[in-house]
Design a protein around this ligand. Structure first.
Ligand SMILES: NC(=O)C1=CN([C@@H]2O[C@H](COP(=O)(O)OP(=O)(O)OC[C@H]3O[C@@H](n4cnc5c(N)ncnc54)[C@H](OP(=O)(O)O)[C@@H]3O)[C@@H](O)[C@H]2O)C=CC1
Ligand SMILES: CCCCCCCCCCCCCCCC(=O)[C@@H](N)CO
Length: 326
């Protein structure tokens, strides 16, 4: 294949980015605007959207470009449809970047937190992709120059303790991307899925407030980068025509654990890694489970030491912190 490293030419195109009032979405909006695109950003909080538009303006390339926002909770289907109707024209690139994570032990999550994980990570992308594709299908273009881009996570390739509210729905986005890649063939739309590793953002700061120490330890190899660096890595790979995009080395390595029928990043390297990890992943898992057992033992010990002495004297109940018989 002729290696064209400008497959993501968005000059003069309409780029619609959800979750772009901050974090990675905002970084991508700035990058798209600096490459000549018209940009519309979507989020719920209007004041932050207004500040984001002023920020994006600084990256203007030409006087004819437009940048605007639509405030909407796109985890609601009718709101996603309203957004597409308000844009007035079908997007050339639809980036479904909205999402959030509440890392906690499953048993300590509330049902509202569980529901918010599905709403903010899956429904936002599902409804926007559905409304966006219906609009894009009405205005066909001759070549593969349009994109629907979903934002999953490295946690899809390797899901682990603390991410039960988040990783399963990010995994669903990979599956949605594989289905839509087939269904977008007649409309010349590329469907790309981003599997980002850690990066600094407002959301990342908040998630670290509840993230269990064991979760932080396991995800250690995914060193956080800046949102701008993450956006640059993503756009560079879109330029190279990749459709399964990772943003750090560990993500690239782990992508080989779940290749499915999806487009490859590097066929030979990923196939070799798939064989290697199929053999060695259980060894790693054994080490991770050892750490998890120690994490729970330390918690039980800390909890029992935290029990007031008076309660200890009178306490004939010998259950430990987790209510198990000790
Ligand atoms: N940070 C990280 O380490 C990683 C993040 N990711 C994913 O990358 C994406 C961006 O992450 P990040 O920049 O950290 O996110 P942030 O939490 O910093 O920002 C999330 C954005 O999404 C918007 N948003 C959230 N829910 C809705 C909704 N229901 N409707 C409309 N907009 C919504 C928020 O605005 P508002 O609240 O005003 O609606 C905000 O603009 C997310 O999908 C995340 O899961 C993936 C891997 C790693
Ligand atoms: C079998 C061999 C396995 C080896 C795996 C070891 C490393 C795992 C790294 C996982 C990193 C997950 C980052 C999630 C980022 C994210 O999505 C959150 N920040 C939420 O926003």
């Amino acid at each position: 294949m002729f290696w064209n490293s400008n497959q993501f030419n968005i000059d003069g195109k309409l780029v619609l980015i959800t979750g772009a009032s901050q974090g990675l979405g905002l970084a991508l909006a700035k990058a798209a605007f600096s490459r000549g695109a018209d940009v519309i950003i979507i989020a719920r909080r209007e004041a932050i959207l207004q500040a984001a538009v002023a920020d994006i303006e600084k990256f203007r390339l030409s006087t004819t470009q437009t940048v605007s926002y639509i405030a909407a909770d796109i985890s609601i289907a009718s709101e996603a449809e309203r957004v597409i109707a308000e844009t007035g024209r079908a997007p050339d690139v639809l980036m479904c970047c909205a999402g959030s994570s509440i890392p906690k032990l499953f048993i300590e999550l509330t049902t509202d937190e569980l529901t918010s994980g599905v709403a903010s990570n899956y429904f936002t992308a599902l409804y926007m992709a559905h409304a966006g594709l219906k609009a894009m299908a009405k205005s066909p273009v001759p070549s593969y120059s349009r994109h629907i881009i979903l934002f999953s996570s490295v946690a899809h390739f390797y899901s682990f303790i603390g991410y039960s509210q988040y990783a399963p729905v990010k995994s669903a986005l990979r599956s949605l991307g594989d289905c839509l890649r087939h269904e977008c063939i007649p409309y010349n739309i590329k469907v790309d899925v981003i599997f980002a590793g850690n990066f600094f953002s407002e959301g990342y700061t908040i998630e670290n407030l509840t993230k269990p120490e064991i979760t932080k330890k396991i995800e250690g190899p995914s060193e956080p980068i800046t949102a701008d660096e993450c956006a640059k890595k993503i756009i560079r790979q879109l330029d190279n025509g990749y459709q399964m995009i990772t943003t750090d080395f560990i993500g690239l390595v782990l992508s080989s654990m779940m290749l499915s029928g999806s487009p490859r990043i590097n066929y030979l390297a990923q196939t070799s890694l798939a064989i290697f990890l199929a053999i060695f992943a259980p060894v790693w898992e054994w080490l991770v489970i050892k750490d998890i057992r120690k994490f729970y033992e330390d918690r039980s010990m800390a909890a029992s030491e935290a029990v007031p002495l008076s309660a200890k004297d009178g306490n004939d109940d010998d259950t430990n912190y987790h209510g198990e018989e000790s």
